[in-house]
Design a protein around this ligand. Sequence first.
Ligand code: FAD
Length: 459
Amino acid sequence: MARLAAIVGDRASAAPGVRADHGRSEAYHAARSPDVVVFPETTAEVQAIVNLCRELDLPLVPFGAGTSLEGNAAALHGGVCLDMGRMNQVLEIHAEDMDVRVQPGITRKQLNAQLRDTGLFFPIDPGADASIGGMTSTRASGTMAVRYGTMKDNVLALEVVLADGRAIRTARRAKKSAAGYDLTRLFVGAEGTLGVITEITLKLHPQPEAISSAVCAFPDLKAAVDTAIGVIQSGVPVARIELLDAVMMRGMNLHSRLGLPEVPHLFFEFHGSSAYVAEQAETAQAIAADNGGQGFQWAVTPEERTRLWHARDNTLYAGLALRPGAKAMITDVCVPISRLADCLVDTAADLVECGLVAPVVGHVGDGNFHLLVLIDPQDPEELARAKAFNERLVRRAIALDGTCTGEHGIGMGKMDFLALELGEAVDAMRLLKGALDPHGILNPGKIFKPHPPTQGSAP
Ligand SMILES: Cc1cc2nc3c(=O)[nH]c(=O)nc-3n(C[C@H](O)[C@H](O)[C@H](O)COP(=O)(O)OP(=O)(O)OC[C@H]3O[C@@H](n4cnc5c(N)ncnc54)[C@H](O)[C@@H]3O)c2cc1C
């Protein structure tokens, strides 16, 4: 503590409440608190803290807003938590180039509030008001990825403090570059295991001239998914296309008083000029009707749209409303869109068979969906049943050439599945980790276990 105080003054705390706040999350994983939490304000302070942790062989876990869902920021081995929340400035806006340079602790809502008068916005929306550093580090996406891509597509450059204390810049602001290894993308999704991100240059997008949203009900899950596939395949540049199954609709009616029929739904959003938005929506409506969709309803005013998407953003709490006192084992998989209906229908049958309640919400335009498996974490039998279900889900997605996580990352929750998906590629990841963090101080115990040889091979 004395050595930390010499770097950051009174911005280091070992108070039990502060430590606990940085050890828990919305996930079902047990809380794991750090021994001390530090609040740096500059890259130089981050460098000094990294150097101290290396010298004392202390684990160092970067922390954004703490909204990740696979225990990504849990301090499995205690040590120092680096809360980036005070590094939350917009450093430079280049409106003419449509990019912005920010510090990692700024949240996506704070960023968009500061961009409001520029005519530009940052579209990646994981629902929670996550930090840009955390979103970069989990390679987050969310509802708008179908139109605007994920963090991997929207990060232009990074400043990163390496485990040896050096601060490097991974790229400049050019929209494209073929200069050497793509270090930017190496750190995007590295979950704080390879370096501490201290600056991020992001692409921005023009605020759409017109926005409209719609909801549509379907007789079953397959009809809804076939509509989503049809809309994507017909080239409609839909901005959001979200699937909510019948169980989730019940939770949303309970939590957000939506008053919609408790059958599978798609929520749509269209961006563009007024005429183009209308054209996109007509195409989507026709495809929905071909698949038996009914009650295509518009939400054109900002108030109606906000109500709809607020309900969508609160699906975690809507799911929990179905079983008060339960925790949600939140899991996400992603498959090629042509395999999505198979994956969802088989998963729904599996849920019936194993007797679990798990509302479904999906960014179906990307082939990505989440399940909130509602469990009593104190009931070991139910927890074991939920874990077995999760494993079958992941194996099903991988068998369909998909992935064990479309956006939440590996953290500690999906470590056992990485080798199943990528085989010996995990050994290449281990080599990179060993080269960049030879003492293993950065977010230890995440993504893969350090030593054992990789089992399994890539399908
Ligand atoms: C209700 C709800 C809905 C969600 N929906 C979605 C969704 O639709 N799509 C989606 O992608 N995610 C979703 N999430 C998950 C979550 O919002 C994302 O994982 C988000 O990217 C985490 O950001 P954070 O700032 O909270 O990071 P944290 O949870 O604080 O950290 C996440 C990881 O990033 C690392 N990290 C943080 N800052 C840095 C840094 N500066 N340098 C290096 N490493 C760093 C941490 O060590 C950790 O490994 C949802 C979460 C909730 C609670």
